[in-house]
Design a binder for this molecule. Structure first.
Ligand code: FRU
Length: 491
C-alpha cells in the first residue's frame, strides 16, 4: 500500500519519532503529570523496549524529555507503573520525596519466540524525573518459573497501610504486598474462570478505589488488558468491579461476566495516574490493537494515546459500571470555532451539520443529545474520513448502535483485520442518546450515554483527503428530537 499517514494529531500524544506502544509510569508529582511509554526510538515496528518520557501541566500539551530507561545486558524495559515515595519508605531518597518506576525486565534466552524470561525491577529519580538510576538490588521480584510475568502496577492501600503490586501472570493477576517498596510478598491470585480468557495473555493491570457517583459508597476497580489471540478482534481492555481487602480482590459480578472499558478495536494497555491531585482518577490508553499495530501505514512515527479521560463509577440498573469523560482541561485549548446546536425536531431525510467544513484537518470536540421515536434510524459522520461511521436504530427490542470502518478509503486496506463492522446494543438508554466525541487526525474517540460506552478507533485518512471533518447527523428513517449539543474546533 503506498498511502501513508504522516500528519500528526493535535490533541493526542504521539512520540517524538518512531514506535510507541503502552503508556507506562503515569504519575503526578510537583505540579507535573508524567507520561512514560513503551518506546523503540530506532524503528517503526516494535523492538528493544525503552521508556520514553514526557511531562505536562495540563494533560494536553506535552513536553518531550530524555529517554528514561534503556535496555541493557539484563534485557528490555517492559511496561510498568510509577509512584511518589513521599516518606522515603524505600530509603532511596535520603529522607526526601522521590519518584520510583516499577518495570519488567524482559530477557531473551534463545532463538524461539517462547525463549524469554521476565522479572520485576525498579528505577528511581531524585531530580523530579529528569534523570533515572536503575536500583542496584534489581530484580525486586525474580523470575518465577513461568514466562509471562509482567507489567507491575503499584498502589498504596490505605486501610492495610501496605503497598500493593498487581502483576499479570499468564492469564491471571497476582497481588503482592510490601512495606518498604523493595521486599514483596505474594498474597493472592485472581482471574481463573473470571472475565475473558482468549488465547492472549493478560497484561497491564491497573487497580484503584473510587466512590460511586450516587453516593452509595466506593468500589475497587481492576483493569486488565487481554492480549491478541488468533481471533479477529485482537487485544482489548476488560475490567472487574468489587472489593480489594489488602490481600484479595473479590469480583462482585458473575465470574463469567465480561465488562469492557471500550467496545471498539483500539483501546489498549489503559493506565491511570498515580497521586493525581483532588483524588482525580485520570486514565489514558494506547489507540491501537496488536492485530495490526505493526502495519499501520505511517511514516516517521507510529502510535498515539487517547485524550486523557476522567474515570468515574456510575450506578446502572445492571450494577456499577465505569463511565468515562474527557478531561475538562480540553476546554482550555485555543479554539478556532465554537457552535451551539439549536434544539429541534428532524424528520426523515433531514440532516444537521455538527461542525462547518474546515480547510485543513483540525480536531473537533463535540457533543449532541437526541431522543429517538420508535422505528427511527440516524446516521452519523463524526470522523475525519468523511464517511458514515455510526448509526443508531431504535428497534422493538431496544436501541442498537452500528459502527463501521469500511476499508473504502485506500489507507484502510493495509491489513485484513483493520476494516470492521459491529453492532452494539445500548442497554442503558430510554430512547435517548447522548454522544461526546473527539475526532482528530487518525482517530475517533466516542463516549456514549454518560461515557458508559466508549468507542475508540483508529480512523486513517490520507493527507490528500483532508477537509472532510464536517461532522453531520442524518435522519435515515423516522423522526428524532435534538435536545442539545455543541462543537468546538481547535487550533
Ligand atoms: C502490552 C504489552 C505488555 C508488555 C509490553 C511490551 O501491550 O505486551 O504486556 O510489557 O506490551 O512492549
Amino acid at each position: 500500500v503506498s498511502a501513508t499517514v504522516t500528519e500528526r494529531p493535535l490533541l493526542h500524544f504521539t512520540p517524538p519519532r518512531a514506535w510507541m506502544n503502552d503508556p507506562n509510569g503515569l504519575v503526578y508529582f510537583d505540579g507535573e503529570y508524567h507520561l512514560f511509554y513503551q518506546y523503540y526510538p530506532d524503528g517503526l515496528e516494535w523492538g528493544p523496549m525503552h521508556w520514553g518520557h514526557a511531562v505536562s501541566v495540563n494533560l494536553i500539551d506535552w513536553q518531550h524529555l530524555e529517554i528514561a530507561l534503556f535496555p541493557d545486558e539484563n534485557g528490555m524495559c517492559f511496561s510498568g507503573s510509577a509512584i511518589v515515595d513521599y516518606n522515603d519508605t524505600s530509603g532511596l531518597f535520603n529522607g526526601e520525596s522521590g519518584l520510583l518506576l516499577f518495570y519488567t525486565t524482559h530477557r531473551v534466552t534463545g532463538e524461539g519466540c517462547d525463549d524469554y524470561e521476565q522479572d520485576q525491577c525498579i528505577a528511581f529519580s531524585r531530580d523530579r524525573g529528569r534523570s533515572w538510576e536503575k536500583y542496584a538490588g534489581n530484580p525486586i521480584i525474580p523470575v518465577p518459573g513461568f514466562k509471562d510475568f509482567r507489567d507491575p502496577k503499584v498502589v498504596w492501600h490505605q486501610a492495610s497501610q501496605h503497598w500493593i503490586m498487581a502483576l499479570a501472570c499468564g492469564q491471571t493477576i497476582r497481588f503482592y504486598r510490601s512495606e518498604n517498596l523493595l521486599d514483596w510478598a505474594l498474597c493472592s491470585e485472581f482471574g481463573e474462570h473470571q472475565g475473558s480468557h482468549t488465547e492472549g495473555p493478560w497484561e497491564c493491570p491497573d487497580l484503584f478505589e473510587l466512590p460511586v457517583e450516587d453516593g452509595s459508597g466506593s468500589r475497587w476497580v481492576l483493569i486488565v488488558g487481554v492480549g491478541a489471540g488468533e481471533d479477529s478482534w485482537g487485544s482489548f481492555t476488560q475490567y472487574f468491579i468489587g472489593d480489594f481487602d489488602g490481600t484479595h480482590f473479590h469480583n462482585e459480578n458473575e465470574p463469567d461476566k465480561v465488562l469492557l472499558m471500550d467496545q471498539s478495536r483500539d483501546f489498549y494497555a489503559a493506565q491511570s495516574w498515580s497521586d493525581a491531585p483532588d483524588n482525580r482518577r485520570i486514565a489514558i490508553a494506547w489507540i491501537n490493537n496488536w492485530l495490526y499495530a505493526n502495519n499501520i501505514p505511517q511514516s516517521g512515527w507510529r502510535g498515539m494515546m487517547t485524550v486523557p479521560r476522567e474515570v468515574r463509577l456510575v450506578a446502572t440498573a445492571e450494577g456499577v459500571r465505569i463511565g468515562q469523560r474527557f478531561v475538562p482541561e480540553l476546554g482550555e485549548q485555543p479554539l478556532s470555532q465554537a457552535t451551539m446546536l439549536t434544539c429541534d425536531a428532524l424528520g426523515e431525510g433531514e440532516q444537521l451539520a455538527l461542525t462547518t467544513a474546515q480547510e485543513s484537518i483540525k480536531p473537533v470536540h463535540g457533543s449532541i443529545s437526541f431522543a429517538m421515536k420508535s422505528g427511527s434510524c440516524v446516521d452519523l459522520c463524526l470522523s475525519q474520513t468523511g464517511q458514515p461511521d455510526l448509526s443508531f436504530r431504535q428497534t422493538e427490542s431496544g436501541l442498537i448502535m452500528s459502527y463501521q470502518r469500511t476499508g473504502q478509503n485506500g489507507v484502510d486496506a493495509f491489513d485484513r483485520f483493520f476494516p470492521c463492522r459491529f453492532d452494539l446494543p445500548i442497554t442503558h438508554s430510554r430512547g435517548s442518546v447522548t454522544l461526546e466525541w473527539i475526532s482528530d487526525n487518525g482517530s475517533l474517540e466516542l463516549l456514549i450515554n454518560d461515557g458508559i460506552y466508549s468507542l475508540t478507533s483508529l480512523q486513517l485518512c490520507q493527507s490528500t483527503a483532508v477537509g472532510h471533518n464536517a461532522a453531520k447527523l442524518i435522519v435515515a428513517r423516522g423522526e428524532i428530537e435534538i435536545t442539545g449539543g455543541q462543537s468546538s474546533v481547535f487550533g
